[in-house]
Ligand binder design. Structure first.
Ligand SMILES: C[S@@+](CC[C@H](N)C(=O)[O-])C[C@H]1O[C@@H](n2cnc3c(N)ncnc32)[C@H](O)[C@@H]1O
Length: 375
């Protein structure tokens, strides 16, 4: 394998030389013998900051590839004592060994199926960053985390979660998936719902504390607590979201039904079961924002991370999914009004990182429609 040295954050690592794996002058990270994707830098940057607030001591990077993630956690977060790296691929394991030596990381490296490893060990933070869906690794991740610890998952499996592929959503996440105007947010809520159900099997409660969408993936951090009652409490907040494709009217219910819109009689679209509660712990979000400003200005994509966290901070107080202004405006046969005008008309509203033409508010759809009409 031809390698080059790159720097990301405080890590300097060897990765496959993209030039050696180009096809027709193009390169995709999945074509190299070991995966390293610079497009995931924001995911790693923000994870470093979130973990610096959560302060885990023992970390499992269960699907490590080059090892960049675990290496950055060790070098950039105070108090991390040990990182366990793992990959099923032998080339990856060879590269991880080189990279942890290069970066003087206190780590242990395994060459196992992640599910097998996660049934053998315990740690206070488990990172699941797979190709595509994290669903096959959820149960074992929740098994491996100690009570009071944390699990983070990445999902690049948006086609399933936002219902471009509704059968895939059904298979991987047990979701009835129809496209609603706010599907971008429903995708992460469906993913969280699945994680909560998997943790509940083990009588653990997986509480989402920081969730976001970026570019082509979702990332969610969970605090994991023990106890059947706590798990039951989370399960009771799983809901089905309904939206009328004709007039935009919404409902939510704990039941799956084929219902007609009470405003116009059209058959409503449905998505669920999905998490109906908060996507963030607001204290954690403000701690992350403060940490970013004080300790992490060196991050490779600092400006992008800061922008994302600021938007998240503004929208974190609104639990109901965002309203998509172009969708609602087209129901009214009206041009899309300026977003800031609708926000000030509602007075209690904000931007959302999920969608450029979306707004978050605690107001109902009729109030949003009223503000669209007069702007
Ligand atoms: C998306 S990459 C990980 C990227 C890495 N976390 C990072 O931040 O750069 C997924 C990795 O999982 C490995 N993998 C796939 N299935 C696995 C399994 N069942 N157990 C362990 N590793 C697996 C692949 O070999 C690949 O290196």
């Amino acid at each position: 394998m031809k390698l080059i040295k790159i720097k990301e954050g405080k890590a300097e690592i060897l990765v496959p030389d993209p030039k050696s794996y180009e096809i027709d002058g193009k390169f995709d990270p999945s074509w190299a013998p070991v995966f390293y994707n610079p497009k995931m830098t924001l995911n790693r940057d923000l994870s470093v900051v979130v973990l610096s607030v959560l302060k885990p001591k023992k970390i499992v990077d269960a699907l490590s590839a080059s090892g960049i993630r675990g290496i950055r956690y060790f070098k950039e977060i105070e108090g991390v004592e040990k990182v366990i790296f793992n990959d099923l691929d032998k080339n990856a394991v060879e590269l991880i060994n080189k990279n942890i030596e290069l970066n003087k990381v206190k780590g242990e490296v395994f060459n196992k199926d992640a599910n097998a490893l996660l049934h053998e060990i315990k740690a206070d933070f488990i990172d699941i960053d797979p190709f595509g869906s994290p669903a096959p690794f959820l149960l074992s991740a929740f098994n491996a985390v100690v009570r009071g610890g944390y699990v983070a998952i990445t999902s690049t499996d948006l086609s399933a979660l936002v219902c471009s592929s509704k059968y895939s959503a059904r298979r991987k996440y047990d979701i009835y998936c129809e496209r609603l105007s706010f599907s971008r947010e429903l995708g992460v809520r469906g993913l969280i719902g699945k994680a909560i159900r998997e943790a509940a099997i083990l009588e653990k409660a997986a509480i989402p504390i920081f969730s976001f969408y970026y570019d082509y993936y979702y990332r969610v951090f969970f605090k994991v607590e023990g106890g059947a009652k706590r798990a039951d409490n989370l399960l009771s907040k799983l809901v089905y979201y309904y939206e009328c494709p004709n007039c935009g009217y919404r409902e939510r219910s704990e039941y799956y039904e084929r219902i007609k819109c009470t405003k116009c009689g059209t058959l409503m679209r449905v998505y669920g079961p999905a998490w109906g509660g908060e996507l963030y712990n607001t204290d954690l979000v403000s701690d992350v924002k403060n940490k970013l400003q004080s300790n992490f200005t060196y991050l490779p994509v600092y400006n992008h991370v800061t922008r994302l966290v600021s938007t998240v901070e503004n929208e974190a107080m609104y639990t109901q999914p965002y309203y998509k202004l172009d969708f609602l405006s087209s129901r009214l046969k009206k041009n899309v009004p300026a977003k800031n005008k609708v926000i000030s008309c509602l007075s209690d509203a904000s931007n959302t990182h999920f969608d450029n033409v979306g707004i978050k508010t605690s107001k109902n759809v009729e109030e949003v429609i009223q503000c669209i009409k007069i702007n």
